[in-house]
Write a protein of this length. Structure first.
Length: 248
């Protein structure tokens, strides 16, 4: 599509980190392969941009986000003395909103919501029971682009950005991509600030904490390379003892 000069944009929402202790070896292994996957995707976009000979950046087309919240920590949080990521987050009134949804909205025309995970339990066919629902709208044989499917996408954006803007009507546009990135970056900076600001309205949608070069290479966004309140590398680390082929 890039080489045909066709605009598109992909907004992908992930958990800040997988459920559990982000320092744990198996979580770091997941993050390592997640980073490799992201980089592979960005490099494919970067190569397409180069072939098309256009002045563009991979994040003009592809971006990753996560959800988080800040709230004033109650005084009782000072009693949490153990130096764990969970306790640090609690003391700072900072925490991720865990994204467990398996949902996609395509072109404001089609939506699919399901329960399956990409793991052996869900994909085996003889273990967990899974379900998925696909939805689209038609009007006299024509697909509807401004109906309930678009309403689903817009309602989620309003929920997590805390606002509605006219540019949200055209999510494929470069103007929308830039505005969404701007808002998500502002929210990330508010999320990682040291002190809770009682005068500020905090919103959920955060940029995923990576920076992307024009060639698709990825670096951690934070100065120390760790998730806030942890010593867990954002880009993950390869385990020295987990097998290279592993499903759970």
């Amino acid at each position: 599509m890039i080489e045909k000069n066709t605009r598109f944009a992909a907004y992908i929402l992930l958990p800040l980190f997988p459920e559990g202790d982000p320092c744990a070896p198996h979580i770091q292994e997941i993050l390592y392969w997640q980073t490799k996957t992201m980089s592979m995707m960005y490099k494919k976009v970067a190569k397409a941009i180069k072939r098309a000979e256009i002045d563009a950046h991979p994040t003009d087309y592809l971006n990753f986000f996560c959800l988080g919240k800040r709230e004033k920590p109650p005084a009782s949080m000072s009693l949490l003395t153990a130096d764990t990521p969970a306790n640090k987050m609690a003391r700072n009134g900072r925490g991720m909103i865990y994204v467990h949804s398996k949902a996609m909205v395509a072109d404001d025309i089609y939506a699919i919501v399901g329960s399956a995970n990409i793991n052996q339990r869900s994909m085996d066919g003889r273990r967990d029971t899974e379900i998925a629902v696909g939805c689209w709208e038609t009007d006299s044989q024509e697909l509807v682009t401004q109906g309930h499917v678009q309403g689903l996408r817009k309602s989620l954006w309003v929920e997590h950005f805390g606002r509605y803007e006219e540019v949200f009507e055209r999510p494929e546009s470069l103007e929308c991509v830039k505005r969404v990135k701007e808002l998500a970056n502002e929210n990330w900076q508010a999320y990682i600030q040291n002190k809770f600001d009682e005068t500020r309205h905090y919103h959920h949608m955060l940029c995923y904490p990576i920076s992307v070069a024009r060639d698709g290479e990825i670096k951690a966004l934070t100065d120390n390379g760790f998730f806030p309140d942890t010593t867990a590398p954002i880009l993950g680390t390869k385990s020295s003892y987990l097998p290279s082929r592993l499903t759970v």
